[in-house]
Each structure stands twice: as structure tokens, then as C-alpha cells.
Design a protein around this ligand. Sequence first.
Ligand code: ZN
Ligand code: ZN
Length: 337
Amino acid sequence: MKALVYTAPRKLEYQDWPDPELGPGDALVHIHAAAVCGSDLHGWLGHSRGRVPPLVLGHEMAGEVVEVRSAQAAVGPGTRVTVYPILGCGHCAYCSSGRDYLCPRRKVLGLQVAGGFAEYLKVPIANLNPIPAEVDFTRAALAESLACGLHMAGLVGQERGPLAILGAGPLGLMGLEAAHQLNFPNVAVVEINPHRSEIARKLGADLTVNPKEANALEELQRFFGEEGCAVIFDAAGFSVTRQLALRLVRPGGLIILAGLGEQETALDCVEIIRREIRLAGAFAYSRREFQKAVDWIVDGRLATADWISEAPLADGQRIFEELVKPDSTRIKVVLKP
Ligand SMILES: [Zn+2]
Ligand SMILES: [Zn+2]
């Protein structure tokens, strides 16, 4: 089969690759759509410890089942699916409660094992989420990314208060979609790229601010007013955004760290203590959140149209080069094998 293989930092090659070999309980999926994630870009730049070349990247995919290795599987050839890409050990307390993403022995498709940037993918039958015929594969492939947004919003629990989203890439925009549907009031989005800010406004952001502008912090403080900013989703993950989050959040507020921009950041811990700021990491999503994302997509609750674009899988290298540019006008790209 053909696959888009990560062969060295900043290098993807579209080449022949061995066909997957199925074992008991596996399915073979013919991939029709595989979206590029910010974490794929992070890996491609050579910053991911988990992604070791040569590797087929991609963990946001949808396609059609062509074969299953099980006598009593609920899905069979011809079933249209999207894929929960996390492979837990299946035995620990996390896996038993549907939280495979926290399993200490987890593997992720496109990270430790071959992913979806290929014609075919091997995946455990239990990781297949069927989708109806009216949902196209490109849209179905967005379930993973939406699940990340739902997970960030889910970590807030029942609390509702003014929200700031730092970064309007796919993660920030999916966080915005989730926040909007889950009734977060007063949402401000902080983003450098004007094209992305415009999309955030279209998706319902009440304010967008360019942090490069001199009065950005005052503008945000004016927007949040006396009430202050209760929750922050850091969907960028750079020292500047993490430090901005700390300055912006109100006493007792919650900062959710999800962006992977930089590994380490110096933070004023005395400030965190004195104002009882809560910091939480957000990684991936549970099986339940993933299914919820699929349901939202099937129900048409996602207003994604104009920030998703498609490209042939064979053009992967060019697309990755384009996506890492700070002024890129593409936001989310779905590769088509
Ligand atoms: Zn992803
Ligand atoms: Zn486990």
C-alpha cells in the first residue's frame, strides 16, 4: 500500500509501505480521510519523544471496514467508521473505566504504532465507531479533534464563567465549539493570525485579541471586568501563553493546559498559591467523550465548514510545511489517500 511516512525531522515521504497484518480482534480499515493534528506537526518538527521515524503518522481518521478478524464482531466489511486511536492495555483501572488515554501502558495509532496517513490501517475492532452514510468521511475524521475540545470543556465540570481561549488553531477552535454548545458565557479568544481570529468570531467568540498589540492585556481585562476570567483553555502552550493565562485568570480560577508549544515554562508559583489558581493538564479524551463527539457530528452540531480543507495524502510534505508557517491561511487539513 501507499503511506505517508515520517522518515526524519521535517520530512514526510509518500512511499510504498508493508500492508498491515491483522491479528485476532483486529479490523482492516480502508482510510478515506485522515486529518492533520497539531501534535503531528509537533512530531514532524522533531519535538515529540513518542514519534520515532520511520513512522506512519495520523490519529484522526475515518474510512470503511474491509475485513474483521472475529466471528462475532458487531461491525463487518462495508461499515463506515471513525477510529478511537488510543490503545490501552485493556486491564488496568483506567482502561476498565473507559479512560484508556490515561493508561500507563497505552499506545496511540500514529505515535507508537502505524497511524492513518495510509491507504489501510489495522485497528482493534473495539476502537471502531460506526458513522451513518449521511456523514462524509472528512467530517467524521474531525471527531478526534472535537473530542479534544469536549475533553477540555469537560475538565471544567459544572462551573460556568467567563472563558479565555489562547490560540485559535484546531484545538482552540474545537474548544470554542464545545464551549459554545455547553453554554460558557463571555468567551474571548487570543490569537496572532488574523485569519484564525476571523474564524473564531464567526464561531461565536465575543472578543478576539491579538496579543502582539500593545494594549492586548488591558483589552482582555476590560472585557472580563469585575467578574474576571474564570477559565482559560491554553490551546497554544508557549511560555507567553502560559504566563498570560496566569496573569489573566481570576482568584480561584482554572487554567487548562493543552497546547504543546513548549516543553518547559517558568511560572510564578507564589502567585498560583496566593490566588489559589488551579492548573490542569488536558490530554486526549475518554471513549465516552469520543463517542459524544461522533454524536455531535452526526447531529450536525459542529459548524466547521470554512476552516477545514482537503488535500491529497501524497501532498503531505507540502501541507505540513504550509501548516507550520505562522501566517498560514489553512487551519485544519484533511488528507485524502
Ligand atoms: Zn489529534
Ligand atoms: Zn490500561
